[in-house]
Design a protein around this ligand. Structure first.
Ligand code: SF4
Ligand code: SF4
Length: 316
C-alpha cells in the first residue's frame, strides 16, 4: 500500500483520504451500518486517514467502522466554533464520540474566513492549548481561500492545510485554480502537510471524475486528497486509481454517470434567507420568497443545509 509523508507531521498516510461528509445526515444520510461498511472497506484496502468535522455529524459512522479494526487509523476533525469554549466542546465531543484520547489533526474549519487566525484568534488559542494538553497531535486549517493557504503556510503552529482545489477552480473564493495550485506548492515547500478537498467540486465534475482526480493528485505539493465515497465499488475504484493499478473502465463509466444535486424543499421554505448568507458561492437566491439554487455555481458543500433552521436542504 502506498504511503506518503504528510508534511512534517510524521504521519505516513495513504494518498486517498476518506472524506466522510457525503455519508452523513447532511447529504446521503446512509444508515450508520451502511456508511460504516463503506469506511471499513476503505480501511481494509489501505486508507488510513479519515476526514470529518463537528458539523458533519458522521462520528457514529467512524466509530462503528473502527470497531475491531486492528490497523492504525488517523482521524482529522474540524471545529467551526467562533469562540474558545465552543471549540473546546467540539474537540471534547469528538474525542468522546470517537473513543480516542487524542485526535491526530484538528482543523480550524475556516473554509469561508479570509483571515482565520485573526477572525478566530480565540479558537486558535484554544486549539493550541488543547495540543499542549495532548488532546490534539497536529493543528490544521481547512480553507476555500488562496489567501488562507498563504496565511497557514506562514503560521508556525499549523502543520496541515486542507485546501479546496479542482481543475475548474469552482468554489475557490479569491482566484483561480492555477493561483491556488501555486499557493499549495509553496505551502508544501514550507513543510506543511497538504491534503486537498473538492477535486470533483462536490460532484459537479463527476462526469469527468478520473481526469479531475488526476489533475489534483498530480499537483506539486498535494500529498493526499480527501474524496467522499458512497459505495464499496467507488472505494475500490479510487484505491486502484491512487495505487496506479489497472482501473476498470466499466466501473468508472458507471461512477461517472451519477448525478448529485442540491435539494430544497421549497414548499416549506420560510424565505428567511439564512441559507443565502451561508453560501459564499452566491449560488442561492430568493425567488418569489423561496430559496432556489443556481446549479452551475453550487459546489454541493452543504453549508446552506447546516444553516437552514427548517432542515429543508440536502445534497442528494
Ligand atoms: S448552495 Fe449550498 S451547497 Fe451549494 S455552494 Fe452554496 S452553500 Fe454550498
Ligand atoms: S434557510 Fe431554509 S427556510 Fe430559510 S430561506 Fe433558506 S431554505 Fe428557506
Amino acid at each position: 500500500m502506498k504511503r506518503v509523508s504528510l508534511g512534517r507531521t510524521g504521519l505516513a498516510i495513504h494518498p486517498l483520504v476518506f472524506g466522510s461528509l457525503p455519508l452523513g445526515p447532511l447529504q446521503a444520510n446512509l444508515s450508520v451500518a451502511a456508511g460504516a461498511r463503506i469506511i471499513r472497506t476503505a480501511l481494509e484496502s489501505g486508507v488510513n486517514l479519515i476526514d470529518t468535522a463537528a458539523l458533519y455529524q458522521t462520528y457514529p459512522y467512524l466509530r462503528t467502522a473502527l470497531e475491531g479494526f486492528a490497523g492504525t487509523v488517523h482521524l482529522a476533525s474540524k471545529t467551526h466554533a467562533s469562540d474558545g469554549m465552543t471549540a473546546r466542546q467540539h474537540v471534547e465531543a469528538a474525542l468522546r464520540a470517537l473513543g480516542r484520547e487524542q485526535l491526530d489533526i484538528v482543523h480550524l474549519h475556516g473554509a469561508r474566513l479570509v483571515d482565520p487566525f485573526v477572525e478566530r484568534a480565540e479558537v486558535f488559542d484554544t486549539l493550541r492549548q488543547m495540543q499542549q494538553e495532548g488532546k490534539i497531535a497536529h493543528l490544521g486549517l481547512s480553507t476555500h481561500y488562496i489567501v488562507g493557504v498563504e496565511k497557514a503556510a506562514a503560521e508556525p503552529d499549523i502543520a496541515v492545510i486542507h485546501p479546496l482545489i479542482n481543475r475548474n477552480g469552482m468554489g475557490i473564493l479569491d482566484g483561480s485554480a492555477r493561483q491556488m495550485a501555486t499557493a499549495i506548492a509553496a505551502a508544501a515547500a514550507a513543510g506543511k502537510g497538504v491534503y486537498a478537498m473538492k477535486a470533483l467540486a462536490g460532484g459537479n465534475l463527476i462526469s469527468d471524475a478520473r481526469a479531475s482526480l488526476d489533475y489534483v493528485r498530480q499537483l506539486p505539493g498535494v500529498q493526499a486528497l480527501a474524496v467522499g465515497m458512497l459505495s464499496e465499488d467507488e472505494v475500490l475504484a479510487n484505491i486502484a486509481l491512487f495505487e496506479e493499478d489497472p482501473v476498470d473502465d466499466q466501473v468508472w463509466t458507471q461512477l461517472q454517470s451519477r448525478q448529485r444535486r442540491l435539494q430544497i424543499m421549497e414548499q416549506f421554505c420560510k424565505g428567511c434567507g439564512q441559507c443565502l448568507t451561508a453560501c459564499t458561492n452566491q449560488a442561492l437566491a430568493l425567488k418569489n420568497g423561496v430559496a432556489q439554487v443556481e446549479e452551475e455555481k453550487c459546489i454541493l458543500c452543504g453549508y446552506c443545509a447546516v444553516a437552514c433552521p427548517e432542515f429543508l436542504i440536502r445534497v442528494v
